[in-house]
Design a protein around this ligand. Structure first.
Ligand code: HEM
Length: 417
């Protein structure tokens, strides 16, 4: 099968074309576990079918998140790792641990992220979405990413991590620099990309260090306080590196993903105005609409695993040390599981999408992400009178967390009820 593997992994192409859904569909059909040798990047197996992604995800002892990093590295990143890796890459976080450690460390914060834990944040989440819509006025034009999508999760995460409102703007810049590292618009000025990541990591560390010290002196109910006092289920206190890793992973895994989910929601409703109309007539569909947004937009495009032994995936032998890239964006549009998979349908049921991953590493923040997205979708249902594109969508140059970085819209809104 004729495949240019750079279409699957080159950040610039994601910036130009978005997710390569046509290619992913051909791979699912003809070569569901496909060997890729992209110029300038690590080689990997592209795993594109829903069932095969589940098969790999449910065997963390065989397909490791710890052994070989969870993203496909460019040659430059491999060279940086050989120098000792950046402060960020060296953080030990749950997303790159294997069992049994993974389960021990995940338990440290899992209580906070249960539906019950998250229900206590409902007020903050709903107030944030409402305040952002209020700030838009009755009618006008805006870049939805700048004014709404990136600010809503920032407010929610800053609140649970105890970050002062005055620091939110700085935090936003740091997050963009850390995460969208392949996109020139977000890159920090530094001698090299390696130095830039080091500097950003140090700034994050300084910010979190202040908060931890404060929470140790003045405990409160937020996640920051929980982590500052955390013990492993075995009784030992959480080590410093792991604690900062936790802060970072919650922030890093929670911000850009939700931001892109929110802009994905808007893109979907703009592309399918009938679904927006349906939502306005049936606001109780907001919850199902959120699942469909995550399926359709798949903000986390893929995650990588490393085979710890020779194995077989969907009949394809893979060797110890091989990388397997689980394309969640592809599993979410697998025609074997979803009828009319490319259509955005807020009534889709069942909706067993893989947008939050599967099994061992299933998104820890999924309930929070759902609540944050639902608050915004509910505002759309309640307040939109008219909504239309006001210019071309500009996409982030990233292969990992994907979506719009500029989404100009024109709108007419009604005031909050
Ligand atoms: C729409 C928004 C979100 C999406 C699409 C998303 C997606 C994902 C996916 C696909 C994974 C699996 C990673 C893997 O397979 O290795 C994951 C893991 C994770 N997510 Fe999310 N996420 C979102 C929001 C959040 C939020 C709001 C938080 C925290 C506040 C969060 C925290 C985490 C953490 C800590 C993990 C690692 C879990 C583990 O390794 O056990 N995510 N997420």
């Amino acid at each position: 099968m004729d495949v240019d593997p750079l279409d699957l992994i080159c950040p610039k192409r994601y910036g130009e074309n978005g997710q390569p859904h046509d290619l992913l569909a051909r791979l699912r059909q003809n070569s569901p576990v496909h060997w890729c040798e992209p110029d300038g990047y690590q080689n990997f197996w592209a795993v594109t079918r829903h069932a095969d992604i589940i098969e790999v995800s449910t065997q963390p002892e065989l397909f490791s998140s710890e052994a070989g990093n969870i993203t496909v590295l460019s040659d430059q990143q491999v060279a940086d790792q050989a120098k000792g890796g950046s402060i960020v890459a060296n953080m030990r976080t749950i997303i790159s641990m294997d069992p049994p450690d993974h389960r021990l460390y995940r338990k440290v914060a899992s209580g906070f992220f249960t539906p019950r834990g998250i229900s206590q944040l409902e007020q903050i989440v709903n107030d944030s979405a409402k305040a952002l819509f209020d700030s838009l006025g009755d009618e006008g034009e805006c870049d939805f990413v700048d004014v709404v999508a990136q600010r809503h999760p920032l407010r929610v995460l800053a609140t649970i991590l105890g970050i002062d409102r005055n620091d939110e703007e700085r935090l936003l810049v740091l997050t963009q620099q850390l995460l969208a590292g392949d996109d020139p618009d977000y890159q920090r000025d530094a001698g090299s990309r390696y130095e830039a990541t080091q500097e950003v990591g140090m700034e994050f560390y300084a910010m979190f260090d202040r908060i931890v010290k404060d929470r140790r002196a003045n405990p409160s109910q937020d996640l920051a306080s929980m982590l500052a006092h955390a013990h492993l289920p075995t009784g030992e206190p959480l080590g410093e590196i792991e604690m900062f890793g936790y802060y970072l992973i919650v922030f890093v895994a929670g911000h850009d993903t939700t931001r892109n989910g929110l802009s994905g929601a808007l893109e979907a409703f703009l592309a399918y105005p009938d679904q927006l109309q349906r939502l306005r007539e049936n606001p109780e569909m907001a919850k199902d609409a959120v699942e469909e947004v995550v399926r359709w937009s798949a903000p986390v495009n893929y995650m990588k695993r490393t085979a710890l032994a020779d194995a077989t995936v969907a009949g394809q032998p893979v060797k110890e040390g091989d990388f397997l890239v689980l394309f969640y964006a592809s599993g979410n549009r697998d025609e074997a599981v979803f009828a009319r998979p490319h259509d955005f349908d807020i009534g889709r049921s069942p909706n067993r999408h893989l947008g939050f991953g599967w099994a061992e590493h299933y998104c820890l923040g999924a309930h929070l992400a759902r609540a944050t997205t639902q608050a915004l979708v509910s505002q759309l249902a309640e307040r939109v009178i008219e909504l239309e594109p006001a210019g071309p969508v500009v996409r982030t140059e990233s292969n990992l967390v994907v979506g719009a970085k500029r989404l100009p819209v024109r709108y007419k809104l009604r005031p909050a009820a």
